[in-house]
Design a protein around this ligand. Structure first.
Ligand code: SAM
Length: 265
């Protein structure tokens, strides 16, 4: 895999302008003390550098401004458990780390949270995006790690919840099964996330970010079947549904899911 992406902005899903709405403005004003007058330039600058690193659709479409963890069917449970009952959460494949910041914004204490990503570049860029590098580094919230590295995985203390936004779908069918197995080593209660799905499931070429790889897009049924087979029903899909997402240039189907452990850890 190459280390740098093309800076091509003609890709079908690439959207020039950041979708700044009142939620985004309020978040950045309150969390990062960035006034609305400076927000557009700040977002464009960070996204440009992220895009030059990797042509991930979530960067091209500005999906990182969705703070997608809020759409998890168990978001209120996660907030309640982390704020009031000592539960912990890992954001795996966190990239810029927007979902960790959403949890902090919603009142979760930093000692309940950890984010992991393959690329230190994205973690560092997240510090700039959210203007919180000092506190995040001091509390060691973000760490570089590869889901396929057993030495790394063995050193990670499992959390009650694992969030995986736009992560499992990065891989082909057999690799996704391995990723699911590995995620269950990191989670005690539930794994939840959102990713590209398809009502007609199948493997699609990852045309833009990693052209030589394939990405399996699941329907709720094939996603459930994968988890049942991989965990022999020790983990069960409690919720999985598709929703069509529109942006200015393209549409896709998104699969939102919760997988819950039926084992006591
Ligand atoms: C498409 S981005 C999604 C980012 C974020 N979770 C979101 O929802 O916007 C996928 C992230 O997974 C990370 N990643 C890819 N392969 C990985 C691996 N083997 N181990 C850990 N992280 C990985 C990438 O560096 C990237 O930041």
């Amino acid at each position: 895999m190459s280390t740098e992406a093309s800076a091509d902005k003609n890709i079908s899903f690439y959207v020039n302008e950041p979708p700044i709405n009142s939620d985004v403005e309020t978040f950045f004003a309150n969390y990062a003390s960035i006034p609305s007058s400076a927000l557009r330039e700040h977002l464009i600058n960070i996204r440009q550098r992220a895009w030059e690193k990797r042509n991930y659709p979530c960067l091209g479409r500005w999906a990182f401004l969705d703070f997608s963890i809020q759409q998890s069917p168990i978001y209120q449970e996660i907030l309640d458990q982390c704020k009031n009952h000592g539960a912990t959460l890992i954001d795996f494949g966190c990239c810029l780390g927007q979902d960790i910041r959403q949890l902090v914004y919603d009142g979760v204490h930093l000692d309940r949270l950890r984010g992991y990503d393959l690329e230190s570049f994205f973690i560092e860029l997240g510090y700039e995006l959210f203007c919180d590098g000092e506190v995040m580094k001091e509390n060691k919230i973000f760490t570089v790690g590869d889901i396929f590295d057993d030495d790394f995985l063995n050193g990670v203390e499992p959390a009650d919840y694992v969030y995986v936004g736009a992560f499992i779908h990065l891989f082909d069918t057999p690799t996704q099964r391995e990723v699911c197995r590995r995620l269950t080593r990191l989670a005690k209660r539930a794994i939840t996330g959102r990713q590209v799905g398809a009502s007609i499931p199948g493997e699609y070429s990852r045309t833009f970010d990693f052209p030589s790889s394939k990405s399996m897009r699941h329907s709720p049924e094939t996603f459930t079947q994968m988890w049942n087979e991989v965990t022999e029903c020790a983990w069960q899909v409690e919720s999985a549904y598709l929703k069509t997402a529109y942006n200015m240039k393209s549409t896709n189907e998104r699969l939102t899911f919760v997988v819950r452990s039926h084992e006591q850890k």
